[in-house]
Design a protein around this ligand. Structure first.
Ligand SMILES: [Zn+2]
Length: 243
């Protein structure tokens, strides 16, 4: 059975009505889904930063351990040199050992300086981590609230949304693919999501530009699919005027 233009237009109007209701449900949800996503991204960023700080502090602590061991080694060498100095045979040997001792003392000084620097860096990093951890906690609370808000809004409209989605599938099945893709294309290109409108008060129901009487008569006849010459929306009929 071949469907008439009138029945095609009727199916398109039905689909438009379903989509407009779905648009409204999503409008009520507003930016919440996006805000939740943004918060999740922000939190992930902070978590990465905290992990990086932890790694850096770990590396600094390792360096301190190594420097402390180096100091112990130098102290051991100094003790050994000082024992040797008691048994030297001449001044030349004595001076040579003195130089070695001074060298090890210098090594100890360098290590002590490095340890001090590392402690200072750790302190700074800990302060930074604290700030980030505080922000992370705040954002986690924000996320919890937003998610709760979104869940509530979604659960209020979920049943209706599912019902409309099902209706949408069966309404779409009654419209040929070519017309359906034109409908989707127009919907994407217009501001209010209306791809199928009626002529109201002599004007296009989408863009409100005047539709000439002859064209209105063609639209009312429903012999072919006619689009608005101004906005490209499908004009599915002429609304009956009530006097
Ligand atoms: Zn228009």
């Amino acid at each position: 059975m071949e469907s008439t233009v009138a029945s095609k237009l009727e199916a398109l109007l039905k689909l438009q009505s379903i989509d407009s209701q779905l648009d409204e449900i999503r409008r009520v949800r507003g930016d919440l889904p996006e805000e939740v996503q943004d918060l999740e991204d922000e939190i992930e960023g902070y978590e990465v930063r905290v992990r990086k700080f932890d790694d850096e502090v770990g590396a600094l602590n390792d360096a301190i351990v190594q420097r402390k061991q180096a100091i112990k080694d130098s102290e051991g060498l100094i003790r050994k040199y000082e024992e040797q100095q008691e048994n030297v045979r001449n001044n030349r040997e004595y001076d040579a050992i003195t130089k070695e001792v001074e060298l090890q003392k210098l090594e100890i000084q360098i290590s002590e300086k490095k340890i001090k620097e590392a402690h200072y860096q750790i302190e700074q990093k800990i302060a930074e981590i604290e700030g980030t951890k505080n922000r992370l906690e705040e954002r986690r609370k924000d996320l919890e609230n937003k998610k709760h808000e979104l869940d509530q809004i979604v659960s209020e409209s979920e049943e209706e949304e599912n019902k409309l989605e099902q209706e949408r599938v069966s309404a779409s099945e009654q419209i040929e693919d070519r017309l359906l893709s034109a409908y989707s294309r127009i919907r994407k290109n217009v501001r209010n999501g209306l791809a199928v409108v009626q002529v109201k008060r002599d004007a296009c129901g989408g863009c409100f530009n005047t539709v000439p009487p002859q064209r209105q008569a063609d639209i009312a006849a429903q012999k072919k699919v006619i689009v608005c010459e101004h906005c490209g929306r499908i004009l599915a009929g002429v609304e009956q005027r009530v006097y």
